[in-house]
Each structure stands twice: as structure tokens, then as C-alpha cells.
Design a protein around this ligand. Structure first.
Ligand code: FAD
Ligand code: COI
Length: 346
């Protein structure tokens, strides 16, 4: 009886609230959650009530650790979808930059490779130049630098951008609840659609063991004279408005959130070998993030008996900034279609 009544109640709730704007719960407040919430408000022409529910908010999310370099990395095997999401995100970043926002710039640099790679997504970049032998020899900093590509991409600083999106969401009447959801049963019949942007949290919340942590450690430094990014198989120096981000670890199934000082030293040393002027850098801070890695990004609608429709948008690996807006738009279209279908059944 309970199940039937619950299901009936849900339908009844929807029926009885036919005149009220549909209530959308967005679980997660990282770059994926906030951008999805904003895209939903925009595509549903604000005829929705969006509530973001999250355990952690910026600057305490994985998203805040990212340098925000725009290029697919550990993004799973759906390469064509990832490329299209990247293209849409680049368009978004150009728009964001044209509004005069800080924390987003075009940036050029080198990707030095031990095995030659010229991925299709490079077609989305500017000034792409596959280095010839003499150019490789001129740039090479270590034996593993056998090939290289020069290109111009963008960066989008996540913390500033999340703040920008959050302000707009609130201006559009959005709500925010700080809370860890242990089970989606807790949401009861309060919402018409649930949007899951919980990243690695989906492993427990939605029992998805295909999403795994890929631990990344970074060091933020100040060294204004470095003006190009430099990436190789093991290390990277990326650039933001007022600091550089030195990285490169990618340890699968490692959950440790404590900074490892030996790893930090290795990251600094390795990047100094690539860019000797980094020896004059001032160390600012150390950070750890657990990339939400999955064989593919899960962006789809799930219908579960006795629950509102669930739109999943999680598992962006090392590319959540790079593909966020393409994913947000696709998520918002799924939400809008769900609302329209629901209205047509009333
Ligand atoms: C070191 C490092 C460098 C990176 N560099 C880049 C880069 O240069 N470019 C790029 O594109 N990407 C980069 N990434 C990847 C990018 O950071 C991630 O893909 C992105 O942050 C994922 O965003 P998200 O919103 O899904 O996850 P998160 O930012 O982790 O947000 C998840 C949200 O869900 C909430 N949540 C989870 N479970 C629950 C629950 N049960 N109840 C309530 N709330 C819950 C959390 O509190 C949080 O608000 C990097 C990642 C790391 C670690
Ligand atoms: C783009 C890479 C160089 C960095 C990244 O995305 C990561 O460390 O997850």
C-alpha cells in the first residue's frame, strides 16, 4: 500500500502542483552542479524552481583545485561527445571573457610527448603547430621529449566562475541548501526532477562503482616571468591570472586527501627541469583533488519506480572545466523535455 500510495502521492503532488513551477533539485555545487543549475534556469526560461543541495560548496570542492586548462584529459572513451562538449564550453568561455570577467584567458604553450599524439580535439585549439625535429630539439628538456605540439587554448578559473554562476542562479530565484544526502529517499516528493551532479559522490549515492577517484596533487606558485604552459607525460605548469599551477600526479583509486611532501618536492623538481626559471618561484599553497573518473561521462535520464526522474551528469574525470557547459546544456535540455512530457500528461 505504501509503495502505491507513494507513487500515487507523487503523481498527485505533480497534479496538484500543476500551476506551481516545477521544482528541480540539483545535487552538487561543483562546476558541474552550478553550471547545470544555471543552464536549467536559462533553457526552462526561469519557469522552474531550482534548489542546489550540496555537502560542500566552493572553495571546498574538487572543482576549486583545478587549474581550469581547457583540454580533454581522463575524460573517458566518448571522444566525439567530449569534443562537442568542449567546443560548446569554449564558446561559453569566449562569451564570459567578452563580459570582462577575470579568471579566463587564452594561453599558449607546449605539450611535449614521449609517444606522438595529435588528438582530434586539437582542431578546437588555435595556432596549432606540430613541432618538427629541430623545434623539438630546441624545446626538449628531458630524454622523454621525443615529439611536441605548440597550441593556444584557454583557461577558466573554477572558483571565480562558480561564484559568477552562483550569483546568477540566486538572481534567478534559485535556492541553496547545505546538506549531505545519504539516500535520495530523503528528498521524498519534494521535487519534480532530480539532477545528479555529485561527482565522485555518485559512487555511494547511486551505487556506481565504475566511478573511481584519480588523485591529483598540485602546487600553486608565483613566478610572473613564466608566460607559457608546459605539459609532458609526468609534469605540467599551467597558468592562471595570478599564479602558476604545478602538477601532474594521477593516481587511480587513491583516496588520500593529505598533501604528500615528497610528492610536492617531486612535482616542483620535475617542473623546474622543464622550466628552469621556476627555481625562483615563490611557493603559495599545496592542494589535493580526487578526479571523478569513469569509463564515460554519465549524462542520461534514469526513471526509477516511485522516484522523480533523475538526470545524471557526473564522471568528468580530469575534464570537468573543459566540458562543463556542453554537459550543462545537454542536462538542461533533458530537464526541459522531462517537464514538457510531464505537463502533456496532466
Ligand atoms: C589536481 C586536479 C587538476 C585538474 N585540472 C583540470 C583542468 O585543468 N581542466 C579541467 O577541465 N579539469 C580539471 N580537473 C578536473 C575537474 O576538477 C573535475 O572534472 C571537476 O571538478 C568535476 O566537477 P564536479 O562538479 O563533478 O565535482 P566536484 O567539484 O567534486 O563537486 C561535487 C559536488 O557534489 C557534492 N556531493 C557529493 N556527494 C554528495 C552527497 N552525497 N550529498 C550532497 N552533496 C554531495 C559535493 O559536496 C560537491 O559540491 C582537475 C582535477 C584535479 C583533481
Ligand atoms: C589538462 C591537464 C594538463 C591537467 C588536468 O586536467 C588534470 O590534472 O586533471
Amino acid at each position: 500500500m505504501f509503495l502505491i500510495s507513494r507513487c500515487f502521492t507523487h503523481q498527485l503532488m505533480t497534479f496538484s502542483n500543476a500551476k506551481m513551477p516545477p521544482k528541480i533539485a540539483v545535487l552538487g555545487a561543483g562546476i558541474i552542479g552550478v553550471s547545470s543549475a544555471l543552464a536549467i534556469q536559462q533553457i526552462c526560461q526561469k519557469n522552474v524552481e531550482v534548489t542546489i543541495i550540496a555537502e560542500r560548496f566552493s572553495p571546498d570542492t574538487t572543482s576549486d583545485v583545478a587549474a581550469g586548462l581547457i583540454e580533454p584529459f581522463l575524460a573517458g572513451s566518448d571522444v566525439e561527445r567530449v569534443k562537442e562538449w568542449t567546443r560548446l564550453t569554449i564558446e561559453r568561455i569566449k562569451e564570459y571573457m567578452s563580459e570582462g570577467n577575470l579568471g579566463a584567458e587564452e594561453k599558449s604553450g607546449y605539450w611535449m610527448q614521449s609517444v606522438k599524439e595529435v588528438p582530434d580535439w586539437l582542431k578546437l585549439m588555435k595556432n596549432v603547430k606540430v613541432l618538427n625535429e629541430s623545434e623539438v630539439a630546441a624545446i626538449r628538456k628531458r630524454p622523454g621529449h621525443n615529439f611536441g605540439v605548440f597550441y593556444t587554448t584557454w583557461y577558466l578559473e573554477p572558483t571565480r566562475y562558480i561564484d559568477y554562476c552562483t550569483k546568477k542562479i540566486m538572481e534567478n530565484g534559485g535556492k541553496i541548501i547545505q546538506r549531505k544526502i545519504e539516500n535520495i529517499d530523503e528528498l521524498g516528493n519534494d521535487f519534480d526532477v532530480i539532477v545528479n551532479c555529485t561527482g565522485l559522490g555518485s559512487r555511494v549515492l547511486f551505487n556506481d562503482e565504475t566511478i573511481r577517484p584519480c588523485r591529483g596533487q598540485i602546487v600553486r606558485v608565483s613566478c610572473p616571468q613564466v608566460r607559457h604552459f608546459f605539459i609532458d607525460d609526468d609534469f605540467y605548469t599551467l597558468i592562471n591570472d595570478s599564479c602558476l599551477i604545478l602538477g601532474g600526479t594521477k593516481d587511480l583509486d587513491q583516496w588520500e586527501l593529505e598533501v604528500n611532501s615528497k610528492t610536492a618536492q617531486k612535482i616542483i623538481e620535475g617542473n623546474c627541469q622543464n622550466i628552469p626559471s621556476l627555481r625562483h618561484a615563490k611557493i603559495l599553497s599545496h592542494h589535493i583533488g580526487l578526479r571523478p573518473c569513469r569509463p564515460t561521462v554519465r549524462l542520461e535520464k534514469e526513471i526509477k519506480n516511485n522516484y522523480p526522474p533523475i538526470i545524471h551528469n557526473y564522471g568528468h574525470g580530469g575534464s570537468g572545466v573543459t566540458i562543463h557547459w556542453g554537459c550543462a546544456l545537454e542536462t538542461a535540455e533533458l530537464v526541459n523535455k522531462t517537464i514538457i512530457e510531464r505537463k502533456s500528461h496532466l
